[in-house]
Design a protein around this ligand. Sequence first.
Ligand code: AMP
Ligand code: MG
Length: 374
Amino acid sequence: MKTRFVTIDEKEPQADRIEAAAQIIRDGGLVAFPTETVYGLGGNALDPEASRRIYAAKGRPSDNPLIAHIADFAQLGPLVAEVPEAARILMKTYWPGPMTLIFQKSDLVPKSTTGGLDTVAVRMPSHPVARALIRAAGVPIAAPSANLSGRPSPTRASHVLEDMDGRIDMILDGGEVGIGLESTIIDVTGPEPALLRPGYISEEMIRELFAGMTVDAASIGPVSPDMHPKAPGMKYRHYAPKAQMTIVRGEAAAVQQKICALAGEELRAGKKVGLICTQESRPVYENRLKGIGPGEIGRADSCGAGGEEQALDLVTVGSRRDGASIAHNLYDVLRSFDTAGVDVIYSESFEGGQLGGAIMNRLKKAAGYHILDV
Ligand code: AMP
Ligand code: MG
């Protein structure tokens, strides 16, 4: 299949380009498009054949349900059995925006879209391209993140192209997305709302509305094989770069010291090391690690001229003073390690602030919950 790559104005999307994409959706095809969270891989949420194609394009296990995206409140009613009061409050506060709600589904929604579940996930995005596309298609659009299953979600059209070229009909390139992490998911089918996945809208923000909100264990820790998380996708490895990543957690100076020790050892052993730091800590690693290489212990099979310098892939993810910058860049950084072909990755940890919960949720999964406390 030839994938059409089409640029689109992210603020005022060109009507003819939106219409071409909408026609593909109506015909059962697949279009990747930007949302305010990450790029989505869209197909008609009411067409079982389209959702089958989404699973195939992503290589996604078919029990990992899709989120249906709508553009207007009127589109919600037909998809769900009921709209609980808690959902009304949440929708009024955070839609359109980066929040997904889980409802009991109506008969209209095929089980192939919901991974066999009787519930359906629905979100109303705020991104102008997403909204224009859903409106023009005239159907709710099922749109998981537009990456190959298991890889970091795409935050730029170039990431989508990396994973989806030849697998889908069209990519709408609306530039870099704003937030960079997937939506907050809240289950509203129970007596109290339950947080299934943290996102830009934090646990604390929802708790201000619902003090009794529960938090699904799978959103904070590893999922054992016998666990049945409410959000089925949580049992799969996610967001992960190819190299094993270790998060070092603790007080800043101790973290930096530990990472320098571990990374230094790997560099001396001739390994290529990826390191995720912040603007604030970068100089520490530059001073202590740049130039360390296998030459130091006299190995003959070192990486050759300049190898020592390049063996350290030191990447600044953002600033500690600006959690949004870390969220925005995280997936691009994780992907860059695959391109660079590093052997191991070390990352500082980024708790705190509105986005700390969401960032750490993704980072821990990417690291397979490999965490060192210092
Ligand atoms: P994404 O990976 O961004 O496509 O998000 C899809 C995720 O939403 C899935 O992996 C699930 O964790 C969650 N989800 C979708 N539908 C449901 C549902 N009916 N019940 C619970 N979680 C859901
Ligand atoms: Mg995803």
